[in-house]
Design a protein. Structure first.
Length: 92
C-alpha cells in the first residue's frame, strides 16, 4: 500500500459496463521526501475511489491483485483502489 495525493478526476466517455457509477481519481504516489514537502516526481495513476476523496486529499492506495479484493465476488478491472482517506501523516 502506498500514499498518494489526488490531483484530478477522470471522466470516461465510454467504459466497461462494470464501471457504471464509478468514481475514478488521478493520483500521484508520494515518496518520503515528497511527503515532507518536495514536489511529486512520480507518474500519475488512475485510482478507483468509493470514499469520496477530493482534489488535494491524501489516500492510501492498494495496487495489483489486492485492489480487486473489495469487489469480490463481482471482480472489476481495476489496478489501483483508494482504500482510505488519510487525515494526517506524522513523521516525528
Amino acid at each position: 500500500m502506498r500514499i498518494a495525493k489526488v490531483v484530478g478526476t477522470v471522466t470516461l466517455n465510454r467504459c466497461h459496463p462494470s464501471f457504471a457509477g464509478a468514481r475514478l481519481r488521478l493520483a500521484v504516489p508520494l515518496s518520503l521526501a515528497e511527503l515532507k514537502g518536495q514536489q511529486p516526481q512520480s507518474d500519475e495513476m488512475v485510482v478507483w475511489d468509493e470514499n469520496g476523496a477530493g482534489i488535494g486529499s491524501l489516500i492510501a492506495v492498494s495496487e495489483g491483485a489486492e485492489a480487486t479484493q473489495p469487489f469480490r465476488p463481482d471482480l472489476k478491472p481495476v489496478d489501483a483502489y483508494a482504500a482510505a482517506i488519510i487525515d494526517a501523516v506524522d513523521m516525528s
